[in-house]
Ligand binder design. Structure first.
Ligand code: TRP
Ligand code: SF4
Length: 432
């Protein structure tokens, strides 16, 4: 049977290699020394990350985009996403964050007013407390531009595709079918209402289908499409309009960039550049920006980094719908401590056995807490790992240490939330 990643289900992805092969995701092989998750191999895939790397190196304009589902608490999984948004903001990205209140209305039946309160109290305040600077923070329900563009891009997608990506059956309500469409609009809007630019979307591995959909839509809305095999580039001109103005764009940009245009095929509407070396970053951007003069809905396909999913502290997927599996950032510290004490571990049957054989940190959700959240330095993390494997660390003490660290983190965050409250207005007035 065909495998499907379901963004709304609660099962854990086990085999990332298989996921990459199946969905055409590249592995993440970039060295980002200043990114904790990259260093710890927590990025299990990427799409077109090279574009973001180049944008950062050239100090070019680029966008970072994410959305939040205001249906409940902000938990540890969302924390990891916001850490990435803060990382890219520091690297120069313009940050856009969409409150997916239309999606939470559609899929979780949350009234819009309630979603607003949740978005501010449980999410925005934590974002500010964690260090997110001012950005474009908006609500889907009040953003006319994003809604309008969702309407327009719905042209590019039919029900057969929605069914094959999401597994929707015929009884699915239109409201739910709409959610991924408005989300695609979230992701492309920074480019539609400004100009084509690289966009990074950090996602959990279960959210990759949204990116696939959005990248497909993006490529369909572009009239000039390009393909490279590392040695040559082939441009093709889609649509039914007169191709000549688009051939002109290609000719101009190629000449401008010091390359030579090769074969032009009028019938098949293609043009080639042979002997092309290096990256297509500049060409793509220049062509997209020129095309924009004729086609107001074109874009550069958004890039993503795909994060390994955390295991719930009771095993299984860490999910909002299983409150005991995760810790919310607004949770009382002593409550979180209790949850960690009850976590499953990679420990042995008995203390004696563990001292002799060591534990297994690689199947241990408590170790994952250190890995994603609690060990601020790689040396601390290495120590936990080695001590566990050698049997000098026992699960009882290990959990106490983890719960102390978590409790400190949560109390500190709580204080920062309160001292950030006066800033909320500034973030909200930005939204568009
Ligand atoms: N669907 C996402 C979630 O369930 C929220 C979301 C809305 C989003 N718009 C987005 C995520 C754009 C990434 C990019 O959490
Ligand atoms: Fe997990 Fe810690 Fe036990 Fe090792 S010692 S198995 S890391 S709880």
């Amino acid at each position: 049977m065909e495998e499907r990643q379901d963004p709304w289900s609660s099962s854990q992805i086990k085999d990332y290699q298989k996921m990459r092969e199946e969905f055409g995701i590249d592995s993440f092989n970039y060295v980002l020394e200043d990114n904790l998750m990259a260093r710890r191999s927590l990025f299990v895939g990427q799409r077109d990350f090279w574009r973001i790397r180049e944008a950062i190196e050239r100090k070019d304009k680029f966008a970072a985009m994410t959305g939040l589902m205001p249906s409940g608490e902000m938990h540890l999984g969302s924390k990891a996403i916001i850490e990435q948004m803060i990382y890219f903001q520091k690297k120069g990205a313009q940050v856009h964050i969409s409150v997916a209140d239309l999606e939470s209305y559609a899929t979780r039946n949350i009234p819009l007013e309630k979603a607003r309160t949740i978005a501010i109290e449980n999410f925005l305040l934590n974002y500010i407390a964690m260090g997110l600077k001012r950005c474009n923070f908006y609500f889907q329900s009040t953003n006319a531009r994003v809604q309008k563009f969702a309407f327009i891009l719905a042209r590019e997608i039919n029900f057969t595709e929605m069914r094959s990506i999401y597994g929707f059956d015929d009884s699915k309500r239109m409201l739910e079918i709409n959610s991924p469409i408005i989300q695609a609009s979230d992701i492309l809007s920074p480019q539609i209402y400004d100009e084509p630019m690289p966009t990074i979307v950090p996602v959990g591995a279960d959210q990759d289908p949204h990116l696939r959909l959005t990248r497909d839509i993006s490529s369909r809305m572009n009239i000039i499409k390009s393909k490279t095999n590392g040695k040559s580039i082939t441009f093709s001109i889609g649509g039914r309009e007169d191709p000549e103005p688009y051939f002109n764009i290609i000719r101009d940009v190629i000449k401008d960039s010091g390359f030579e245009i090769g074969k032009i095929n009028q019938k098949y509407r293609t043009a080639e550049v042979e002997n092309f070396e290096g990256s297509t970053y500049d060409l793509d951007l220049k062509i997209a920006r020129k095309e924009r003069e004729l086609n107001h809905i074109n874009s550069i396909a958004p890039s993503s980094v795909i994060m390994r999913l955390e295991t719930g502290i009771r095993g299984g997927k860490m999910s909002k719908s299983v409150p005991d599996s995760t810790i919310s950032l607004n949770e009382e510290p002593d409550q979180a401590e209790k949850k960690i004490r009850r976590a499953v571990t990679g420990g042995r049957e008995s203390v004696e056995e563990q001292k002799r054989l060591g534990g297994n940190p690689y199947i241990c959700p408590v170790f994952e807490l250190y890995l994603y959240h609690l060990s601020s330095t790689d040396i601390d993390l290495k120590n936990v790992e080695e001590e566990c494997k050698s049997g000098t660390r026992l699960c009882g003490g290990c959990k106490i240490e983890a719960s102390d660290l978590m409790s400190h983190f949560l109390s500190d965050l709580k204080e920062k939330r309160e001292s950030s409250r006066h800033l909320v207005g500034e973030y909200l007035e930005n939204g568009k």
